[in-house]
Design a protein around this ligand. Structure first.
Ligand code: AMP
Length: 423
């Protein structure tokens, strides 16, 4: 029978790799915690309207990339392609944010988009994202950016570059849209089919197109900065000043737009030169208007979403860490029971202990398994040791030995391993 494979664009995360995932997630919890951000967990599937209304009907995500299906109860369901609309849905459903509070959430988990898979782009991928609801201050935009930069720095991500732009407020967008549509209309025959459709439905999205023909046109299109309203200009300056005040370098990229409809004012992206074509580690911005669009009051929001797979690609390889502290070897069949009792006692004492003394595996086979485990400590149980009640814990790196009785073993081993962990 042909071996069944994981679905194209999905990946297994195996032991040995998953530890790096823990590190990314633990650093997120720790760094975000410093900013008062708490975790929220929403379902992996939602009523499709959450994304149609939230992400926006004219986006590529909604039009071409959703895993959308009708379930057995005739409900229109979508596997979440992004985290922001579900967080806003939960925020409204549970009436969070009462009394003009500032609410800060992060989420962490798989997202699903039917995209063409390549390095750094998958159909099931993982995002860690932050949403701050209820604050309109430009300082909060800067805080969210500072938090993302701090997190990436603690993960030692290679050369993160912050790109910053504004897509203006409503007033700006209305004025700019007119100017942009007129400019695009003059060059329409040079744009690709998708961009000709965007020209009508969502002209700002043309800036997202990577096709060379469209890129040539994009270079010549007027940028939104020239149409900024006084309020939008003030907001953008506020973000830049706060970042400069905190020594965070930002590259202003007047053509940066994000692929989602709901962004207003600040947009940003952090890229890494360690990545190939898919060089965006995370992206985000301000989304005042989204909460109202999803049926709530006029609550401002700002946040970002990062791709965990991409962060891992841009992080240094971690030295492989042993998953076992002490490997216990049975010298002969008569030592197997004591070996297993020791392993049990070591585990009870909080150590990671392992044995391969199962069903006739001889000492050589066990020693091989011990080496493969990378366990720093070894203990051999044999008839002589049992007769004398003296067992030798040996550290492989330098052959340092500690001789203990059976009764002393768990406590001594715990002390030795902890000593190593804290050194
Ligand atoms: P977006 O939600 O499209 O703004 O993307 C935010 C971040 O999610 C990007 O910067 C990527 O790191 C990551 N990302 C988005 N789409 C994918 C994908 N198909 N595969 C892997 N990572 C992705």
């Amino acid at each position: 029978m042909k071996q069944i494979q994981a679905i194209r664009g999905t990946q297994d995360i195996l032991p040995g790799e998953v530890e790096r995932w823990y590190r990314v997630e633990a650093a997120a919890r720790e760094v975000f915690g410093r900013y008062g951000v708490g975790e929220i967990r929403t379902p992996i599937f939602e009523d499709s309207q959450v994304f149609v209304k939230g992400t926006g009907e004219t986006t590529d995500v909604v039009q071409k990339e959703m895993y959308r299906f009708t379930d057995l109860g005739d409900n229109d369901i979508t596997l979440r392609p992004e985290g922001t609309p579900p967080v806003v849905r939960a925020y409204l459903q549970h009436k969070l944010g009462q009394g003009r509070s500032i609410d800060r959430y992060f989420y962490c988990g798989p997202m699903f988009r039917y995209e063409r898979p390549q390095k750094g782009r998958y159909r099931q991928f993982h995002q860690i994202g932050v949403e701050v609801l209820g604050a309109e201050s430009a300082r909060v935009d800067a805080e969210v950016i500072a938090m993302a930069m701090q997190w990436l720095a603690e993960l030692e991500v290679a050369s993160p570059t912050l790109k910053l732009n504004t897509v203006g407020d409503e007033e700006t967008r209305i004025a700019y849209r007119e100017i942009l549509v007129a400019a695009q209309a003059e060059r329409l025959d040079e744009l690709c089919g998708d961009c000709r459709a965007r020209h009508v439905s969502n002209p700002l999205r043309v800036f997202d197109c990577k096709k060379p023909g469209c890129q040539a046109v994009i270079e010549t299109l007027p940028v939104i900065q020239e149409s900024l309203s006084a309020a939008a200009d003030r907001h953008f300056n506020g973000v830049r000043e706060a970042l400069a005040d905190w020594d965070i370098q930002a590259e202003i990229d007047p053509r940066l737009v994000r692929g989602l409809d709901y962004y207003r004012q600040t947009v940003f992206e952090i890229t890494s030169s360690a990545l190939g074509a898919q060089d965006s580690l995370l992206g985000g911005g301000r989304y005042d208007g989204l909460v109202a669009q999803m049926g709530g009051e006029d609550v401002p929001g700002v946040g970002f979403a990062s791709g965990t797979e991409r962060i891992l690609l841009a992080m240094p390889e971690a030295p492989a860490e042993a998953a076992t502290d002490v490997f216990v070897i049975a010298f002969d069949e008569g030592s197997v029971d004591t070996t297993h009792r020791f392993v049990h006692e070591l585990r009870q004492a909080g150590l990671r202990a392992l044995t391969y003394a199962y069903g006739g595996r001889n000492k050589r086979a066990q020693s091989k398994a011990a080496r493969r485990s990378g366990a720093p400590w070894q203990l051999v149980v044999g008839p002589d040791e049992m007769a004398a009640d003296r067992y030798t814990l040996r550290r492989l790196a330098d052959n340092h030995e500690e001789v203990v009785s059976a009764g002393e073993l768990p406590a001594v081993a715990a002390r030795l391993v902890r000593h190593k962990a804290s050194s």
